[in-house]
Design a protein. Structure first.
Length: 198
C-alpha cells in the first residue's frame, strides 16, 4: 500500500513538474513573439513603389499601350513599418508596341523620397517628397537625400548605367506579363536590344 502511494506521489510530482516546464516554455515563447520585429517584405515594398509610379505619376504623361516603372532605388530604411523610407531616382515610361519593338511615347524621372506604410495587403505609398525642378534642384536633392546624396548623384548622372537598368526593368516586365519584344526605341534614337529577363 505504501509502495503504491509512493509511486502515485512520484508520478504526480513528475507530471506537475512537466506542466510547470511547459507553462514556462509557453511564457518564454510569448515574450519572444512580443519582442520579435515584423518581417520586412522587400518585394511587396518594391511592388508598391512601382504601382505608385505607374498609377499615380505615369497617368500624367501622354498615354501609351504599356506603362513600365524603372525605380532606381538608392537606399531603404525599414526601421519603422508605418513609415518605410525609400530614396531613389524614380523613372516611368509609356510605350507603344510595334512588332518586336517597344517605342517610347512619354516618360521622365522623379527623384525623391517615398514614404510607405505596411498594410494587410502589403505596402502603400503615403507621401512622396519630390526633388524640386529648376534653380533649386541641387539644394532640394541634397536636403531630401541627405547622406544618400552622393549615391543618388552617381546613379542620376550615369546615363549609360541608368539605361542598362531601365532595359532590365523592361525585360522583366515583359516576362512577368507574358509579352514579347526584343527591342526598345526612344524617339529619334536607334532601337536597342533588350537583355534576357532574370
Amino acid at each position: 500500500m505504501k509502495m503504491w502511494m509512493l509511486a502515485a506521489v512520484l508520478i504526480c510530482g513528475l507530471s506537475f513538474t512537466g506542466c510547470g516546464e511547459k507553462k514556462a516554455d509557453k511564457e518564454s515563447e510569448k515574450k519572444v513573439e512580443a519582442t520579435a520585429k515584423p518581417v520586412f517584405d522587400a518585394a511587396a515594398c518594391d511592388a508598391a513603389v512601382e504601382d505608385y509610379l505607374i498609377n499615380t505619376i505615369g497617368k500624367n504623361y501622354a498615354e501609351g499601350q504599356i506603362c513600365i516603372a524603372s525605380p532606381f532605388v538608392v537606399s531603404t530604411d525599414f526601421g519603422n513599418l508605418d513609415d518605410v523610407k525609400v530614396w531613389g531616382d524614380f523613372w516611368v515610361f509609356n510605350y507603344n508596341q510595334s512588332g518586336d519593338t517597344l517605342k517610347t511615347v512619354s516618360g521622365g524621372n522623379h527623384p525623391g523620397l517615398m514614404h510607405l506604410k505596411q498594410t494587410k495587403g502589403g505596402f502603400e505609398v503615403t507621401k512622396f517628397d519630390e526633388v524640386a525642378d529648376g534653380a533649386g534642384n541641387e539644394a532640394s536633392a541634397k536636403q531630401i537625400f541627405g547622406e544618400n546624396y552622393d549615391a543618388f548623384h552617381e546613379i542620376n548622372s550615369n546615363e549609360e548605367k541608368r539605361e542598362d537598368i531601365r532595359r532590365r526593368f523592361v525585360a522583366d516586365y515583359l516576362k512577368k506579363h507574358n509579352m514579347s519584344a526584343t527591342m526598345i526605341q526612344d524617339y529619334g534614337w536607334p532601337a536597342v536590344a533588350l537583355p534576357q529577363a532574370e
